[in-house]
Design a protein around this ligand. Structure first.
Ligand SMILES: Cc1cc2nc3c(=O)[nH]c(=O)nc-3n(C[C@H](O)[C@H](O)[C@H](O)COP(=O)(O)OP(=O)(O)OC[C@H]3O[C@@H](n4cnc5c(N)ncnc54)[C@H](O)[C@@H]3O)c2cc1C
Length: 310
């Protein structure tokens, strides 16, 4: 992502946008599940669609970089932070409603709340999100999932705000989902999603959710901050198995550690810095490449400047 110093005029304009709250120099450690990361220049919280549309228009007209912050559960923000605007949809985009077998959810809605709603409505299909801590928008963008299912299986349509502020509804035939990814039009923001679900028994769904959560707790570290799986699984194999096989399970740099419970997780044992986590990432990539000839591709997203001022 291109980053840059903000023009004072743009700062003034963002500060006074209708229907948008602006905060300045916000430390990302407080907004990411890894609990690391320096400040973002500005955090915008649009409270409604018109506010978001104007914010996106203004940022694009000024060619100023921005990114969408979901719940920050798949992000590693550099220690120096990032000279860019983060846009959070948590406040104005968390509605959820049912229309027959369809559920329409705002991008800022937590996945846990979406799942609770589906359970109340006896609508099955999204049980696989149990234990995934993101938002609807982040989950769509990442095509979040597990072997039990992924967003691509149930997403009927996505509602977007495009770079010029225009609205678009893309149905599933126009949503290019792939493994842990959905390619969106450049600079587009997901504002909501429609899911096609099937009526089912609440008790049956409950049991399924319980068993998925138990499997997760048995296999994954859940008491310490992390960003879930660090690497994508290479075709036909598991990143965790490869990292364990090269002897890195439990290895620590500073307060960052390759989890002794699941080698594809890096946990923050207290005061980890992004640079410690990145050092573990490079170590795992190097060793796995040397010993198995396999390149481990990142699943988490690294954002930010390497050094202050760059
Ligand atoms: C303990 C733990 C377990 C996890 N388990 C799983 C798992 O089983 N399966 C899995 O797939 N993931 C898992 N994750 C990773 C993560 O929760 C998912 O990728 C989740 O979907 C990310 O959602 P988020 O809202 O936190 O997105 P963020 O991390 O905030 O953002 C992720 C990406 O999506 C973009 N984005 C976010 N919102 C929008 C939007 N509205 N419009 C456009 N782009 C947007 C961001 O810019 C960024 O590029 C886990 C994470 C943790 C911490």
């Amino acid at each position: 992502m291109k980053t840059g110093v903000m023009d004072p005029e743009l700062r003034k304009e963002l500060q006074h946008l209708d229907g948008v709250k602006a905060e300045w120099d916000v430390t990302m450690a407080g907004h990411t599940s890894l609990r690391v990361g320096g400040p973002v220049s500005c955090l915008l919280r649009p409270l409604n669609l018109a506010g978001l549309q104007t914010a996106v228009q203004v940022l694009n007209q000024n060619n100023y970089p921005y990114f969408i912050l979901g719940r920050g559960t798949n992000l590693l923000v550099q220690d120096a932070g990032i000279k860019a605007v983060a846009i959070s949809l948590e406040e104005g985009f968390s509605q959820v409603e049912r229309n027959d077998g369809k559920v329409k959810a705002g991008a800022g809605l937590r996945l846990s709340r979406l799942l609770r709603f589906c359970l109340q409505q006896n609508l099955s299909g999204l049980e696989f999100i149990a234990g995934i801590p993101g938002s609807v928008g982040g989950a769509l963008r990442m095509n979040a999932g597990t072997p039990a299912g992924e967003m691509a299986d149930v997403c009927e349509a996505a509602h977007l705000v495009l770079a010029d502020g225009a609205l678009a509804r893309l149905d599933r035939t126009r949503l290019p989902f792939s493994y842990r990814r959905l390619d969106l039009p450049p600079a587009a923001v997901v504002v909501g999603a429609e899911f096609l679900l099937t009526v089912s028994s609440r008790e049956h769904m409950r049991q399924r959710i319980r068993s998925l959560l138990k499997a997760r707790k048995d296999k994954q570290p859940w008491r310490l901050p992390s960003a879930g799986s660090v690497f994508k699984n290479p075709p036909g194999d598991f990143a965790g198995r490869l990292i364990e096989a090269v002897g890195l399970k439990g290895v620590r740099i500073g307060d960052a550690q390759i989890s002794p419970k699941h080698a594809n997780f890096i946990v923050n044992r207290g005061q980890a810095r992004a640079r410690d986590i990145l050092a573990l990432i490079h170590l795992a990539q190097q060793k796995v490449s040397q010993e198995f000839g396999v390149h481990l591709e990142l699943e988490i997203e690294v954002v930010g400047n390497h050094h202050n001022g760059s």
